[in-house]
Design a protein around this ligand. Structure first.
Ligand SMILES: Nc1ncnc2c1ncn2[C@@H]1O[C@H](COP(=O)(O)OP(=O)(O)OP(=O)(O)O)[C@@H](O)[C@H]1O
Ligand SMILES: [Mg+2]
Length: 717
């Protein structure tokens, strides 16, 4: 049975090998771990309700919102958090400011790698320009032969013209092909590098930007850079236009120093006209682009929230919003049209004035025998060459300016932050990337900015794993405020010991900080004070990627990738090829096997975007199977069953019992009935643990836990 490699729509599919099921192996989608860890977060970005007017000006850096990462995951956040012997930690810095993502320092080595192709392209450019500029001269001589002013043979002249006509397109092909190949190679590497830089940011970075802003860096901003070459490679743009202007001026002054100033004036006037046009058109262009983005945003939001739209009978409102955006788009398009036509007609007027002046002055000189008629004809030809070249050059300069703005935007987002060096150095090994072309996208040229910092004090993964299997997890006087809201202390001096191999339940009111504890345990954030230890070792001394391997997180809304069910389970081990038997074993232990084999294509059934083709309980069981396959010693269940009905909950609970066996588990649940069998229950309130004990002890104490239980009983009665 052939193994279908699943959803074509999923961007990660490109990483998924197309091996078959018959080989009994599941290709584990090669996706860097950090994607996995970030997807289990509660949504950071809430869709803006359709009724609210929205600010769609994209890519604005929101001042003050970008966290200045003053805490490091290796460098100690505070001296009082460190115990003796931790001095090593405080002196090392595992965050790294990597400098500009796109800079000359990055691009030059890439250009240098392609020096041969660039040299060939430059020679071809010289060939193209020579051919183009010699055409008016040969045409002039051809007319002189026709009117009997030149003794050369007609055939001889036709051969020369034919040669120029044949050479020009050949040189053009060589120039365009080489320039495009080199630039596309460079752009592919830059895309890979920017994507990687976005991926290795600390979690607080993603709190500061909308998803659209980050994807915009990869699509529009890098797109502007790509277009700089692809849009300026034609004859009347970019390097060709520049070289034609220089060549034309030299030729004109050599042919007739008296007539050349007329064309120089023409060049000046056209430059001024195009510059004025550009200056006026840029704001309209920007508005036009923004309206286009708004139209696309509106459509995306409408269709992604279609059930909500329909449940509120909001079709009319959405049509009203869409219609207004379309009208605004149309208005800016019309304005652009008016400007373009004004520019076009003024340019023509300037060209015709130049021609008339040329005919008048040149004609007089030809009549007086001071100028050859062929030279006069050549001048007419150069009028058009110069017009197109000047127009193209000014446009290219505008594009260049736009590209610098885009590069600046990329750098301002990526250079201001400090990446997670642990992730960065882990990804440098490019595990699993056997394809050398793919690996080349992510390998960086060593520059002053990206020399990896030492992570030698980090303990190895094996060492860490055995500690995690055998030691307690301890929160020691942990305080924490979210980087985006530093003035609100969510945890203050929290102490908690999660006993090895036992289950600890965490209960408390909504907003008490339970999920925040989970985020700290997952090392998405670092405590602002205090420390978390595993077997008495500060967890910051361990590699973050290795840490991700020892913690499994199952939360209320598990996110599945839009690949097959089997591949989603195999994602528990993203760097490895997982045998199908292991996937089935995990699915069986998670109570998922039965429903999976009843799906149309069994384990090969696609689960849809974010797993939308499965029910909540099914999604949850696939997530549990994924966690079982991961076989991590520490398990976190954050409201893992709260979104389920009674039957699904029963099935998921059974699966969780398997999963929790022998693991150090932290369970968070609002339904207290689901946590009363835990070895210990901790009540979180006011940013600290206020009560600790088992169900019976806490009830006897008659404190906050007892009142929580009482409230829930009342609610059921
Ligand atoms: N990314 C964030 N940035 C800033 N503040 C946050 C962030 N996430 C949570 N908070 C705030 O931290 C506090 C604790 O939130 P947390 O999610 O830990 O509560 P919780 O105990 O899990 O609540 P619930 O039981 O409702 O899930 C809340 O006041 C919340 O507004
Ligand atoms: Mg929560």
């Amino acid at each position: 049975m052939a193994y279908a490699t699943a959803a074509v729509s999923h961007p990660f599919n490109q990483f998924v090998s197309s091996s078959s099921l018959s080989s009994k192996k599941y290709p584990s989608p090669f996706i860097p771990k950090s994607i996995f860890t970030s997807t289990v977060l509660v949504p950071r970005h809430f869709p803006i309700p359709p009724l609210l007017p929205r600010d769609t000006s994209s890519f604005r850096r929101r001042k003050g919102r970008l966290y200045d990462p003053c805490t490091a995951y290796v460098s100690a956040p505070s001296t009082d958090a460190l115990v003796e012997g931790d001095s090593e930690i405080s002196t090392s810095d595992a965050e790294s400011s990597m400098g500009s993502a796109v800079s000359w320092e990055v691009i030059f080595p890439l250009l240098w790698r392609n020096k041969l192709r660039i040299a060939v392209a430059m020679m071809a450019l010289a060939g193209c320009t020579t051919c183009t500029l010699s055409m008016p001269i040969y045409s002039g001589k051809f007319f002189e032969i026709l009117v009997g002013r030149r003794a050369d043979s007609l055939m001889n002249m036709l051969t020369k013209l034919g040669l120029v006509y044949a050479l020009e397109p050949i040189c053009t092909i060589i120039f365009v092909l080489n320039m495009t190949t080199v630039w596309e190679k460079i752009m592919a590497i830059l895309r890979g590098q920017v994507f990687k830089r976005l991926l290795i940011q600390k979690v607080q970075f993603y709190d500061s930007y909308k998803v659209g802003e980050l994807t915009g860096l990869l699509s529009s901003d890098l797109g502007a850079m790509k277009d700089l070459v692809s849009d300026n490679i034609s004859r009347d743009r970019g390097l060709r236009a520049f070289s034609e202007i220089i060549g034309t001026i030299i030729i004109l002054f050599t042919l007739s120093p008296q007539l050349a100033p007329i064309l120089a004036m023409l060049m000046l006037s056209i430059s001024i006209l195009v510059a004025i046009f550009k200056r006026n058109a840029i704001p309209i262009f920007k508005a036009h682009g923004m309206h286009q983005a708004e139209i696309s945003d509106c459509a995306t939001e409408t269709f992604s929230t279609i059930r909500t739209v329909k449940s509120f009978a909001g079709e009319k409102h959405q049509m009203w919003m869409f219609g207004n955006l379309v009208l605004a788009f149309q208005k800016s398009a019309t304005k652009l049209g008016v400007l373009k036509s004004a520019n076009e007609s003024l340019t023509r007027a300037v060209v015709y004035t130049s021609l008339i002046t040329l005919f008048f002055l040149g004609g007089k000189k030809v009549m007086a025998g001071e100028l050859a008629i062929g030279t006069m004809a050549s001048f007419v030809g150069y009028t058009f060459t110069l017009t197109f070249a000047v127009q193209g050059s000014v446009s290219t300069l505008g594009d260049l300016r736009g590209t610098f703005v885009a590069i600046d935007r990329i750098n301002s987002v990526l250079s201001a932050t400090k990446v997670d060096e642990s992730l960065a150095s882990g990804l440098k090994f490019s595990k699993g990337m056997s394809n050398h072309k793919l690996r080349a996208l992510y390998e960086e040229e060593p520059t002053q900015n990206n020399i990896p910092l030492t992570t030698s004090i980090l303990k190895s993964g094996k060492e860490w794993c055995s500690l995690a299997w055998s030691g307690d997890i301890c929160f020691e006087d942990v305080s924490f405020a979210y980087p985006s809201r530093t003035d609100v202390e969510v945890l203050s001096g929290l102490n908690l010991r999660l006993k090895c191999g036992e289950a600890t339940a965490l209960v408390g009111a909504s907003g008490a900080g339970k999920s925040t504890i989970v985020q700290l345990m997952s090392r998405f954030y670092e405590p602002t004070k205090g420390r978390i230890t595993a077997a008495d070792e500060d967890i910051r001394t361990f590699d973050k990627r290795e840490w991700a391997r020892v913690v499994s997180l199952v939360n209320q809304e598990p996110v599945l990738f839009s690949v097959s069910v089997g591949e989603n389970i195999a994602y528990g081990l993203p760097d490895e090829t997982v045998p199908k038997e292991d996937v089935i074993k995990a699915a069986k232990a998670a109570n998922a096997h039965e429903f999976i084999i009843s799906l149309p294509q069994g384990y090969d059934t696609l689960v849809g975007e974010r797993g939308s083709l499965l029910s909540g309980g099914q999604r949850q069981r696939v997530a549990i199977a994924r966690a079982l396959l991961k076989d991590a010693p520490i398990l976190i269940l954050d409201e893992a069953t709260s979104a389920l009905d009674a039957e699904s909950e029963r099935l998921v609970q059974q699966a969780l019992v398997h999963l929790m066996k022998g693991r150090t588990t932290l369970v968070i649940a609002h339904r207290l009935s689901t946590v009363q069998n835990a070895h210990q229950i901790a009540v979180c309130s006011g940013g600290r643990i206020v009560e600790l004990g088992n169900h019976v002890e806490l009830l006897a104490r008659n404190g906050q836990y007892a009142s929580l239980v009482g409230t829930q009983r009342l609610a059921f009665e």
